[in-house]
Design a protein around this ligand. Structure first.
Ligand code: HEM
Length: 409
């Protein structure tokens, strides 16, 4: 069983510097550390590279099915827990293992493979320019709320076949849904209505979008399965890509090594994107796997039904490598930011196109870009999973984006 008192998992995402937090976890516990998900709800944080590969590569021992979680079975975690959306069973590719998982994953792989990257880049450039046009004349902006937070969903909306107005509606519905305020139920209804309406219209008149592809995919047996595949595309790619864009912009704005690139110099956007993946990945911690029986991992006794969280940032602080200091050098893509094993992310290429284009467009169009606050005062959204800057207040010289002003990425 898990001993106490474990560290709250949010301490690993919201701290100003990841280094000391992960150094202490490694020092005190080694590659598998006890953590607290919410008061009284414990899990294991798996940070060792070998242990992570074993955890994600052995579904017969560690399942992806939230119904195997003891804290869910015995009611320790209530149905309204904020952990639910990320940890409860999902009746789609996320929630299954083995043959059923492979069947549900194939259509998504085919959909991702069908994306035309040149068209995707043009779409992202165009919607980024539109977002910038909304605040350009002001000369100031919050690059998280007004930019990074909108780009991924508007892009995915286009890929699945929503028109720009509907993508905006989807963005508003998602904000209400995840805002956990009184309009969150209404947000959920609008979200379902929009995607349901889209599926219905493409069933009647197929087009060249990903929704039409999923609806006719032979591995998806019902309309409900096709709809779930669309929901997964929308939800799995949103917060992850927001975080990646926001963290990369933050790095480039606060780190003197990137200052010349912000002004048009050499150290590139891909370097900044890769450094974020290696040192502070968008998913700092990824939920979860559930032990199917009593076992052992990294020297810890794991009980049947325990939850194990993928420590995707903790792995960069392994004291057995680089003396425990998160390490990155140009060109190095050796990290586990995309996960590993059968459930590893299948959308790395489009995610990179979206993130790179969003960062490049901002740096290209917004001249003399700089933060208007002390970098040390920049906080992070309170989430146990992602490390997304809460805000990036900037000022810049207003250059209204014109169709000819396109960056080369
Ligand atoms: C267009 C953007 C994206 C889409 C559509 C997307 C989609 C997905 C999907 C569908 C899965 C589940 C695969 C399965 O269960 O078989 C997944 C897994 C994952 N994604 Fe992505 N993703 C996107 C961006 C990102 C980004 C930017 C990151 C972070 C760098 C990321 C990190 C992960 C991780 C760590 C997993 C593994 C989950 C696990 O093993 O439990 N994804 N992604």
């Amino acid at each position: 069983m898990i001993s106490s008192p474990p560290l709250p998992l949010t301490a690993t995402t919201t701290c100003p510097d990841l280094g000391p937090v992960f150094a202490a976890l490694w020092r005190d516990h080694g590659p598998v550390a006890p953590v607290e998900l919410e008061p009284g709800v414990h899990a294991w944080l798996v940070m060792g590279y070998e242990e992570l590969k074993f955890l994600t590569g052995t579904p017969e021992l560690f399942s992806r099915d939230g119904r195997d979680w003891r804290a869910f079975q015995d009611g320790t975690v209530g149905p309204d827990s904020p952990l639910g959306p990320m940890m409860f069973f999902r009746d789609n590719v996320i929630g299954y293992d083995g043959a059923e998982h492979r069947r549900l994953r194939r259509p998504l792989e085919d959909a991702i493979a069908a994306i035309d990257h040149r068209r995707l880049r043009r779409t992202v450039e165009s919607l980024c320019s539109d977002l910038i046009a909304g605040f350009a004349e002001r000369g100031t902006a919050d690059l998280v709320a007004e930019y990074a937070a909108a780009v991924p969903l508007l892009t995915i909306g286009d890929l699945i076949g929503l028109d720009p107005g509907q993508s905006r509606e989807l963005l508003d519905a998602m904000r209400a849904l995840f805002g956990s305020q009184e309009d969150s139920q209404e947000g959920n209804r609008r979200f379902e209505a929009l995607l349901g309406g889209l599926a219905e219209s493409r069933r009647a008149a197929p087009s060249d979008d990903l929704t039409s592809l999923l609806l006719r995919h032979p591995d998806l047996r019902t309309e409900a399965e096709a709809l779930q595949a669309i929901v997964v595309l929308v939800s799995a790619g949103n917060h992850t890509t927001i975080s990646w864009i926001a963290q990369t912009l933050r790095l480039m704005l606060v780190d003197p090594r990137f200052a010349s690139r912000v002004r048009g110099g050499r150290l590139g956007i891909d370097d900044a994107l890769d450094e974020v993946l290696s040192v502070a990945p968008p998913m700092i911690n990824m939920p979860a796997r559930y032990a199917r029986r009593d076992t052992e991992l990294g020297g810890k006794a794991i009980a049947r039904g325990d939850a194990l969280v993928l420590g995707l940032a903790g792995v960069a602080h392994d004291p057995r490598a680089h003396g425990g200091r998160a390490f990155w050098q140009s060109g190095n893509r050796a990290h586990l930011a995309w996960g590993a094993g059968p459930h590893a992310c299948l959308a790395r290429d489009p995610a990179r196109t979206i993130a790179r284009t969003a960062v490049a467009t901002a740096l290209h169009v917004l001249r003399d870009l700089h933060l208007t606050v002390d970098p040390a005062s920049l906080g992070f959204e309170p989430s146990p999973w992602t490390r997304c800057p809460a805000a990036l207040p900037v000022s810049f010289t207003a250059t209204f984006p014109r169709p000819t002003a396109r960056p080369t990425v």
